[in-house]
Design a protein around this ligand. Sequence first.
Ligand SMILES: Cc1cc2nc3c(=O)[nH]c(=O)nc-3n(C[C@H](O)[C@H](O)[C@H](O)COP(=O)(O)OP(=O)(O)OC[C@H]3O[C@@H](n4cnc5c(N)ncnc54)[C@H](O)[C@@H]3O)c2cc1C
Length: 422
Amino acid sequence: MTDDSRFDVAVAGAGPAGMMAALSAAGTGASVVLLEKNPSPGRKLLLTGKGRCNLTNDCGLSSFLERFGKNGPFLRDAFKALFNRGLVDYFETRGLMMKTERQARVFPVTDKAGSVLEVLMGDLEKRGVRLLKGAAVSAVQIKEGRVRGLKLKDRGTLACDKLIVATGGLSYPGTGSDGDGLRWAAAMGHRITDPGPALAPLRSDPKITAPLEGLTLKNIRLEFSSGSRRLVSDIGEVLFTRTGISGPLVLTHSGRIGEWLADEAAVSAGVDLKPALSEEQLERRILREFGRAPNKQAVNVLKALLPARLIPVFLNRISLGPEVRAHSVPRAARRKMVALLKDFRMPVTGTAGFSQAMVTRGGVSLKDINPRTLESRKVRGLYFAGEIIDVDGDTGGFNLQAAFSTGYLAGLSAAGRRPETA
Ligand SMILES: Cc1cc2nc3c(=O)[nH]c(=O)nc-3n(C[C@H](O)[C@H](O)[C@H](O)COP(=O)(O)OP(=O)(O)OC[C@H]3O[C@@H](n4cnc5c(N)ncnc54)[C@H](O)[C@@H]3O)c2cc1C
């Protein structure tokens, strides 16, 4: 690039937000350049949904917004411009059909994130977006409170009056999102809400979890507590890893747990393995099982109640030898067994960090961005889109929709258009 390279709109970062921003700006006839520091765009997009890309969620607007917590309402205008059905239509009219799975999660019928990327790349070419790969933006040039251009690492400068920063957050930094945009935003005077990992596995005591590595407990309820604070999950599954716990319930609450831990609070997680039964019902059930086979070893009878891999752990916690027969299990041990089944507790020592977090909590403060246009309130001609903004949602397709919708709105606004959809 040379000093005379000039575009109406420049977009930094070719993730889902940046690609959609470039497409919507180019759709108005603006000349657009899309700058990606990796040799190819959409690296993180290819990892989404375990490679299947959970593109969006087919729930209604208010439920959708709720899945972003207290910052959800900020997204209302972006979702008005492009929401879930609009996003599905975008791909389906370009030949990539979508299907809806359990919990209204939407995936491409190909089960391949690569198909989503292919459509976007094809459209970028069709709309004449100039895509520069291996082009790392290193600084934003501002004069009199307005964007004037940007500097590229080892590739000179580029003049533009409008810049959309879509460089992502800090999670999975190996995919390219390592916080460049956040640093520029801070340097340009934007407030940054402390970034932290969200949708991340939690760390626990490996002495408890390592022997259970790979075990998934289904239809359980998870409760987190710390002093007087309590957070109870829905019914779902938990997966044991070598160093802790994961699975959708854990990921969903990990952002909040991370905040508790940041207060240096002692946090623990308790698994209710029998959420449908009260303690009394459960005790009756154990008595019934023991009564049916009084001379069997208690270990074998317990197989009807909990996964085989948990049995030694449970016996250990209630100090019961494996050879004990069902009829001679003392009442106190039975009670302890009930208590454990209802609350198998382990300490939570940390979150797994940005390297394993699916999204970043925090980012450019909503106070410094106009939600109607996504333009900065500090620098004219500067827009933000995607995960760099201080919004993060649940698992289930919510984050990609937010990236595409904010990208779409930022692209239109930067090109001087207002969205048509109301
Ligand atoms: C493993 C995993 C699975 C996920 N699965 C899902 C899912 O199924 N559904 C869902 O909704 N969400 C999912 N997410 C979250 C989703 O991927 C993100 O929310 C989304 O990618 C954010 O899009 P973005 O465009 O804002 O940022 P990113 O996708 O992070 O893209 C930012 C781009 O900017 C580029 N960049 C950074 N700095 C510069 C620079 N200085 N110059 C030029 N380019 C730069 C980066 O290289 C990158 O390509 C998943 C995340 C992970 C990690």
